[in-house]
Design a protein around this ligand. Sequence first.
Ligand code: FAD
Length: 448
Amino acid sequence: KKVLIVGGVAGGASTAARLRRLDEKIEIIMFEKGEHISFANCGLPYYIGGTIEERDALLVQTPEKMRSRFNIDVRVKNEVLSIDREKKEVKVKDLDSGKIYKETYDYLVLSPGASPIKPPIPGIDSPNIFTLRNIPDTDAIKEYLDNKKPKRAVVVGGGFIGIEMAENLYDRGLNVSIVEMADQVMGPIDFDMAQIVHQHIKSKGVKLYLKDGVKEFEYKDGVTRVTLQSGKTLDADIVILAIGVRADSKLAVDCGLEVNQRGGIVVDEYLRTSDKNIFAIGDAIEVVDFVNGSKTMIPLAGPANKQGRIVANNIVGRSEKYKGTQGTSIAKVFDLTVASTGNNEKLLNRMGKKYGKDYKIALIHSKSHAGYYPGAIPMTIKLIFNLKGKILGAQIVGYDGVDKRIDVIASAIRFGGTVYDLKELELAYAPPYSSAKDPVNMAGFTAE
Ligand code: FAD
């Protein structure tokens, strides 16, 4: 069997490694148009900020190691240009030599990821406006910061990457403003929970412009003037554009594979595209929302890795289904931790017909551990459940212990849990870690 993989980072590299573990003989070729494979996308903002000091730490796996350890033919700086589904063949360009060649397959796995959105705003190509996806982007931003020593940064977009970049630029001593078109930052949480985040961001001296988009950028002598829709202007020595990503599905579109309206590659429960010999995974695909069963797109590293593993299993004949993505996510926002899992209220209201007002909310403030043991700080938990008590989603904003609580609730959701289950969960307790009634139990009690 011969398997070709397009994309050598989260999904692609997981597929390759799992395939090799399952089958020593299978021929595996992994194409990556960039210079690096399996790098830590999620760590990039922290390297820019200086928390991660060594650039090498970002390179989780090198082509050499992948070749020698897994016997995988890794071809970096090789871009797959097109797919001939009839001949089961791809056309590839070696970006160093410019040579174009063909490679056949029995199975093809697409894990091309998603690119930062760059709308046609006037001046968007100014030399001090950056997006962040990979190592070259990271190097470019870091070099600009090190050499030009900018003082004022404008971050456009208040999602994970925007907020993480805002914090890391702030850590480097820059004066930071965040511009966000919606009325809140951090889309996965609801407005009420986001208010805590807004307050915290402002308390750091970071300026927050909500409900305002960028109208134009004007670059002159190292400074970009950012004009907002409201007419306000901000002068920036550096601009980070982080307003979301778009599936890199051109290859799939060009060869006639089915994609959704947002360009997400459509796959079945086995992660097979509309061509039975082609699988697709990661940020580029449409997934099923684990909680409500609708189709959606959720670009996160955990799902991409798991999907890679499932596709490898399916290629060797262990038929395994992907059960959907629930969007469990977490981010550090200065001193705060903001986490969520499952559906939020905004989504449930948008879905209207299906859920209508058929959900309830428990909102609690609970201490991270026993109040009598030093250092206990409150966290806010918003638990959303249906009228039978089934958990639909949760959001937590706090300082300490947020990560484990969200993971407990995320697990409960995976197992179809109810608020009554949360009540009953027996969770680890000693005063430095929790209370005899853990915040998750408390959420269950309140919901009951
Ligand atoms: P990628 O990992 O992006 O890999 C796709 C690769 O395919 C790319 O390297 C691309 O060059 C290559 N490629 C595309 N087309 C071709 C072609 N035609 N030929 C050859 N190669 C091609 N997720 C989290 O869950 N938590 C986080 O904290 C988090 N932080 C993030 C921070 C940043 C700055 C970024 C950019 C992302 C972050 N993510 C995070 C998202 C996570 O990185 C992605 O969900 C994950 O990498 C998706 O995996 P993928 O395999 O689909 O795509």
